[in-house]
Ligand binder design. Structure first.
Ligand SMILES: [Cu+2]
Length: 473
């Protein structure tokens, strides 16, 4: 009896632990016991799941694919948790179809939303103050839409819990989690391959939209930092992101000195974002130019070298790719000048800042990350209503960044890098689910189905009306 009681107590405690895990809350409405048990993430909008009765979307089965072992929750996202998720129609977007696709606004998401981005040092005083204050709000205010996932061992069934997070820290977590290597490979979803550019674009579009919703400032956008204009971190001052002390900490006169980092370690696959040693890496650290190997920022000549690439990416579509625009931009393919660099372009900026920005899992904790990637994103754009992919840097081109529908939706991707992009698409799915943007192929497939349904409906209507005419005649 005694041992039975012990067993019972143990079972009861485990049950309670499970409850806590599921009770603690991804999309917040999908973290309830009911959503997790029914494996359905189709939140209500205006009274119906996915806003179905308002014509916004439908709760549909996620394309089923087997999950590999060991379970990596990110693969076929969010299959590990849900069988059904919202599929949004038209320009509707978001986990509950309550939002508009990036680049659209208005009650029916039919108005174009144009935002012209500026270089950070070109902002007026009031523009800069608004930007920085919106950023601090995002850092301070809890997201009421999302929670983040933590686990000390995902190989144990249901061993995870959801935690509250600020809007900015949610974004840090997304980058941290996507940058984790896949089991048995050095690859990850967001870097070291063709998805690099697009993953980070979706990422920026995501946080921009969240900050707009949070602050009500619909014109919020992430300015870019043009590091070719300077030979030092000209935004590492209290006017911008905080001056830097001798020890690498941010000057206490800057509000950024108060910013605490989250998920500061690159743990093994099964561990998700545990601040196992809270005393370390708590604050932002920068030591620009102090790493003897990465002393300088990339130059305008480096940009020119990358832009001269004829091909977006080349086999084997990784860090060893040669004559690849993507690999040059990312910074693994080094320009053949006399500087004997160990990394260039995007990577070099990260390493140059020498601190929070230099390590992939921690990098997004530093707000300079956004501005750096906003600049990287300038190098690739799609003109509205165009099917062609352009590489370019002029201001005229920069304004296109935010005013087109998803690149995936409008671009016919050149075949030679479409395939590897799909191979790296798990990153896309991760961001896709979190961001609420569907993958290109899936979306196109759905659009085709919807078109054919509409077509059939029209034909039927035509048949009925001609039949009525005949009957009346
Ligand atoms: Cu990144």
């Amino acid at each position: 009896m005694d041992s039975f009681f012990k067993w019972f107590l143990l079972a009861f405690l485990q049950y309670m632990a499970c409850l806590k895990a599921v009770d603690a809350q991804f999309p917040r409405p999908c973290t309830t016991v009911e959503a997790l048990q029914t494996r359905t993430c189709c939140p209500l909008w205006n009274g119906s799941p996915c806003g179905f009765s308002s014509g916004r979307g439908v709760c549909a089965p996620h394309p089923a694919r087997d999950l590999p072992k060991p379970i990596d929750y990110r693969v076929n996202w969010p299959r590990a948790f849900y069988d059904s998720v919202c599929t949004c129609w038209g320009n509707y977007d978001g986990f509950d179809c309550s939002q508009c696709l990036p680049g659209w606004r208005g009650p029916q998401c039919l108005q174009r939303h144009h935002v012209e981005k500026k270089e950070i040092t070109d902002l007026t005083d009031s523009e800069r103050e608004t930007f920085l204050s919106n950023l601090h709000t995002a850092k301070d205010v809890q997201s009421d839409r999302y929670m983040i996932l933590k686990s000390n061992d995902t190989t144990v069934d249901r061993n995870y819990e959801f935690q509250n997070t600020s809007v900015y820290n949610l974004y840090v977590w997304m980058h941290y989690y996507s940058a984790k290597s896949y089991a048995g490979s050095g690859n990850n979803a967001a870097h070291r391959g063709p998805a690099f550019v697009f993953w980070h674009r979706v990422f920026l579009l995501f946080i921009e939209r969240e900050i707009r919703d949070l602050t009500g400032n619909q014109d919020f956008y992430i300015p870019y930092w043009d590091w070719t204009r300077t030979d030092n971190c000209n935004i590492c001052t209290n006017k911008y992101f905080g001056g830097v002390r001798q020890d690498g900490r941010i000057d206490s006169a800057s509000r950024f000195s108060q910013w605490k980092t989250i998920c500061p370690f690159q743990e093994s696959l099964g561990i998700i974002c545990l601040n196992t040693n809270a005393s370390e890496a708590a604050h932002l650290i920068r030591n620009p130019g102090k790493d003897p190997v990465f002393k300088t920022l990339p130059t305008a000549a480096d940009v020119k070298d990358a832009m001269a690439s004829q091909l977006f990416d080349t086999p084997p579509y990784d860090t060893t790719s040669k004559n690849s625009f993507r690999n040059k931009l990312e910074g693994f393919e080094i320009p053949s000048d006399s500087r004997r660099l160990n990394s260039s372009m995007h990577n070099l900026v990260h390493r140059y800042l020498n601190g929070t920005m230099s390590l992939v899992p921690t990098a997004a904790n530093d707000p300079i990350f956004m501005l750096h990637h906003s600049f990287i994103d300038n190098f690739i754009y799609v003109a509205p209503n165009s099917t062609k992919l352009f590489l370019g840097t002029s201001t005229e081109k920069i304004q296109h960044m935010n005013n087109h529908k998803q690149l995936w939706k409008e671009t016919k991707l050149p075949f030679e890098w479409k395939k590897p992009l799909q191979n790296q698409a798990q990153g896309w799915w991760l961001s896709a689910a979190l961001v609420g943007v569907r993958g290109y192929e899936e979306r196109r497939e759905q659009d085709k189905q919807i078109d054919s349904l509409r077509q059939k409906k029209k034909e039927r209507a035509r048949e009925t009306s001609s039949k009525t005419k005949r009957d009346n005649g």
